[in-house]
Design a protein around this ligand. Structure first.
Ligand code: ADP
Length: 375
């Protein structure tokens, strides 16, 4: 018997889906419906209909639907069966994640209506980081304000950081609780985490998925004073500032391009802005790696994952060159191999093992769903 789970990841203008067998880990089908709202796919309900048409026969064998939800706020973090009360709670959290939670809710409501006979499970991106140590989770601001408004560091991409750190331990054949790990999830969104014994020690994203590394279109770390300055002096509205930080920043904001394959081509063709975007990206990444090496007292393993991390040998090399004194020595040949599977890219002698491990958030969500419906 197989336990197929339909995994849905609803963004504001796209719906990613996958049908995953939670037991074998096989992906039965997957795809993405894009440009929701500005094409013949008018809304999330229409997008889901496209998914159903694609899946056809696979629809009959589903045991559950898993929904990726970005922000669980301070209280919800475990994978949870969706009911009206949970929906109301996620709705209440929308101000904390205005760009992410509303489309996820839309996806949940549409899917529940369409598939009322199946259990629906929400899996939160913040879950893995729920127990971040207070020193890492706390912003040094007025305590009362922080408490009143739930301002703390939550962390995101948790499903990926957890999955990848477990896979890294498995690859090394070492118990998870014996390892100090740094995971670098470098996709369009990007985040780093420091993990000791399977528990998060720190992560680069904070209250929202904007903090930390330079991303495809998000700024990552910026002096909070800059935002106040732009609001007060440049006359930018809160909406302008939010839009700039989320959509017109990062490597696109600096270099005019989000896709690293094209960014490299532009750099090779002599584009100075593309080069600077890349250099800022690498500089920030190296800063976080150094910080996490210090927090952990050295790392047993550093793992690259997601679109850029899995595919871009140049980024991996530039992130880690010159770190021999810190115990990190990349093997250029292994690093350049086009291999797709989990693999080591450090030298045999390197005290820190460097890995590339493909992430699989859909599989992790499917497994979490299967666990919930079994209880
Ligand atoms: P998301 O955060 O949207 O899930 P992904 O993890 O799929 O993003 O990463 C997408 C990004 O990965 C692309 O924008 C591109 O910059 C990068 N990428 C994908 N393939 C390659 C490649 N072969 N070489 C370099 N970068 C790549």
């Amino acid at each position: 018997m197989n336990r197929n789970v339909l995994v849905l990841n609803s963004g504001s203008s796209s719906l990613k889906y996958a049908v995953v067998d939670a037991d074998s880990g096989d992906t039965v089908a997957d795809g993405i419906v894009e440009r929701i709202g500005d094409s013949e796919v008018t809304d999330h309900a229409a997008a889901l209909q496209v998914v159903f048409d694609e899946l056809a026969d696979d629809m009959d064998r589903l045991v559950a639907v898993g929904h990726r939800v970005v922000h669980g706020g301070p209280d919800i973090y475990r994978p949870t069966l969706v009911d009206d009360a949970l929906i109301a709670k996620i709705e209440q959290l929308s101000p904390l994640a205005p760009l992410h939670n509303p489309p996820a809710l839309q996806g949940i409501e549409v899917a529940r209506k369409a598939l009322p006979q199946l259990p629906h499970v929400a899996v939160f991106d913040t879950a893995f980081f729920h127990d971040l140590p207070a020193a890492a989770a706390t912003y040094a601001i007025d305590r009362e304000v922080a408490e009143r408004w739930d301002v703390r560091r939550y962390g995101f991409h948790g499903t990926s950081h957890q999955y990848v750190s477990e896979q890294a331990a498995r690859f090394l054949g070492a118990p998870l609780d014996s390892l100090r790990q740094i995971v670098l999830h470098l996709g369009n969104g990007a985040s780093a985490s420091a993990i000791a014994g399977g528990r998060p020690v720190d992560t680069s994203m904070g209250l929202t998925p904007m903090e930390g590394l330079v991303m495809g279109t998000r700024s990552g770390d910026i002096d909070p004073g800059a935002l106040v300055y732009l609001w007060r002096t440049a006359g930018m509205s809160v909406e302008d500032i939010e839009d700039m930080l989320n959509r017109r920043s990062g490597v696109r904001g600096l270099g005019g391009e989000i896709d690293f394959r094209i960014l490299h081509q532009r750099i090779d063709a002599g584009d100075a802005q593309a080069r600077q975007a890349y250099e800022v990206y690498i500089h920030r990444l190296r800063k976080y790696i150094g910080a996490y090496l210090a927090l952990l007292g050295g790392a047993d393993v550093i793992t690259f994952t997601a679109g850029v991390g899995e595919n871009d040998a140049e980024v991996r090399r530039d992130a880690l060159t010159g770190l021999t004194a810190l115990g990190v020595e990349l093997d250029e040949q292994l690093n350049s191999s086009p291999d797709r599977a989990a693999r080591r890219i450090s030298t045999e002698a390197s005290p820190t093992t460097v890995l590339v491990v493909p992430t699989d958030e859909e599989l992790a969500i499917a497994r979490a769903c299967a666990d919930v419906i079994e209880q």
